[in-house]
Design a protein around this ligand. Structure first.
Ligand code: HEC
Length: 292
């Protein structure tokens, strides 16, 4: 495994990762896409919503089969019930239905990036829900089920993240961008090293997917997560076991390179999500989805 990482490392040194220069979000986005379009001429913008399954036929076939009887279906139903039970429609535009494409957004009042999960949590608290008692925590379980339901109602809507012309919004975007390109952890990898420079290559039996489109399908259902939760409980799997949010996945990718993950919904990860999702503007949401 070490050898594989070393090979990848050598590639990324010669690498294609652009130097961090100050550019407008718009020109960043064009450069970001142009790289993938050149590398994979047959893959269209909308196909990037499918991650590694856009790159590999055999894996796509297997994945499409699992999406026919989606393991997250019950989670979406549970999410809907919880959404209604906690009165979440009161805090969102359009009653919270079909709004995910506008997340994350920059909140001028607080000067901070707001993710969908942050707004869900704020609403729960506003409605007097005892989130501790109800075991509503960022990243998974019932909380992720609510997020999954809201994602489900937004399917087909094109991602539309706005970076307003506000110094603080641009600073948050730049911080997210720096996070994405900065090397970290004992293995000294950046997100870009794996998901840009080495996209399409294998690492420990995993195909490295493109960063473009990576934010379209959250929360995702992963077998790995399902197994982990069931094992922890020492029993059979339950409907919400495999579910996790995008920031849960960020944590996993940080751990893989032996970097300490940030807390879910920290400023660091939320800025990252802001940059990362902006790069996928125009791609249709297709969450929740099954992922490896
Ligand atoms: C050592 C290589 C490596 C690094 C570094 C890395 N990842 Fe990953 N990442 C993977 C692999 C392998 C997968 C699973 C295959 C895939 O979907 O690309 C993955 C999956 C993901 C996914 C899920 C993709 C999907 O379609 O569900 C996201 C999101 C992600 N990574 C984001 C990041 C971010 C953000 C960073 C930097 C903080 C990062 N990754 C750093 C290897 C890496």
């Amino acid at each position: 495994m070490k050898k594989l990482f070393i090979t990848l490392g050598a590639i990324s040194i010669m690498g294609l990762t652009p130097l961090l220069t100050f550019a407008s979000p718009q020109s960043d986005l064009q450069e970001f896409r142009a790289y993938y379009f050149k590398k994979f001429p047959g893959i269209k913008l909308q196909d990037y919503a499918n991650g590694i399954y856009a790159l590999d036929k055999a894996r796509r076939f297997e994945w499409q089969a699992s999406e026919e009887f989606p393991p997250y279906e019950e989670a979406v139903d549970i999410g809907k019930k919880l959404f209604n039970k906690y009165g979440l429609k009161n805090c969102f535009k359009k009653g919270g239905i079909g709004v995910k494409q506008n997340y994350p957004y920059f909140d001028k009042k607080t000067g901070k990036v707001r993710t969908l999960e942050k707004d869900i949590m704020a609403c729960l608290k506003k409605n007097g829900v005892d989130t501790k008692k109800e075991k509503l925590k960022y990243k998974k379980g019932k909380f992720a089920a609510i997020s999954a339901y809201m994602a489900y109602t937004s399917r087909g809507n094109k991602i539309n993240v706005v970076i307003p012309n506000d110094k603080r919004a641009l600073a948050a975007y730049e911080a997210g961008k720096r996070f994405f390109y900065a090397k970290r952890g004992q293995l000294n990898f950046s997100c870009a090293n794996c998901h840009i420079d080495s996209v399409g290559m294998m690492v420990r039996g995993n195909l490295l997917g493109p960063a473009l489109g990576q934010t379209s399908h959250w929360p995702a259902w992963r077998k790995k997560w399902a197994k982990k939760s069931a094992k922890k409980r020492g029993g059979d799997s339950k409907p919400l076991d495999g579910l996790g949010t995008l920031q849960r996945r960020y944590g996993g990718c940080n751990k893989n390179i032996r970097a300490k993950p940030l807390k879910a919904q920290s400023v660091g990860y939320s800025d990252l999500e802001y940059f990362h999702t902006y790069m996928s503007n125009g791609i249709k949401l297709n969450g929740p989805a099954v992922r490896q």
